[in-house]
Design a protein around this ligand. Structure first.
Ligand code: MN
Length: 200
């Protein structure tokens, strides 16, 4: 899996221009979400880790070791991974149905594409407060997982394939309180199945 592996962490370049996902996600939203929120997690994680025993660890080890005992380090470090993963989970003119090996696994796991979308949307709508919706592989099947706040599948031994950020900062400027509309747009127009296939 492609992760920033070592401290000090950096704000990775977006895989497209800030305006590339318009009209579904505005450049205005991206300018805050990427350049302010994502940047803040990078800055904070580096501040917290500097001079600590975590300095020498890989990102995955930091996540595993900090989860129970250093919540602030876990939260900020996980949010770096989550955002990098989220940007790549989208592309201009995305959406459609997964093909190839991924498609085979997908349709072994979900009764239909419509069922997948329903389940993904209801996980996102049902997440109380901030969090993430993931398509993950448990080795056998694909499934949908929702996590709260900064939590992600990495410490559960699950392999993430795609994710959607459902923190209000991800959609409020464009959709206000209409999280369901944002989830629908993500599923219909932005999903990057090539990225999901590369993670399988
Ligand atoms: Mn976010």
């Amino acid at each position: 899996m492609d992760m920033i592996n070592r401290f000090p962490f950096e704000l990775r370049a977006l895989p497209y221009a800030q305006s590339a996902l318009e009209p579904f996600i505005s450049a205005h939203t991206m300018s805050f979400h990427y350049a302010k929120h994502h940047q803040a997690y990078v800055t904070k994680a580096n501040e917290l880790i500097k001079g600590s025993p975590y300095e020498k660890e890989t990102m995955l080890e930091i996540l595993k070791k900090s989860k129970e005992q250093d919540q602030a380090i876990f939260n900020n470090t996980a949010q770096i991974f989550n955002h990098d993963f989220f940007w790549k989970s989208m592309k201009p003119s995305g959406g459609g149905v997964p093909q190839g090996d991924l498609g085979k696994k997908f349709f072994d796991s979900f009764a239909s594409y419509e069922k997948f979308k329903e389940e993904f949307a209801s996980a996102g709508i049902g997440q109380f407060g901030s969090g993430w919706v993931w398509l993950v592989s448990d080795g056998e099947k694909l499934r949908i997982l929702k996590t709260g706040n900064a939590d992600n599948p990495l410490t559960y031994g699950l392999k993430p394939l795609l994710t959607l950020d459902i923190w209000e900062h991800a959609y409020y400027l464009d959709y206000q309180n209409r999280r369901a509309d944002f989830i629908k747009v993500f599923l219909d127009h932005l999903l990057n199945w090539d990225f999901a296939a590369s993670n399988l």
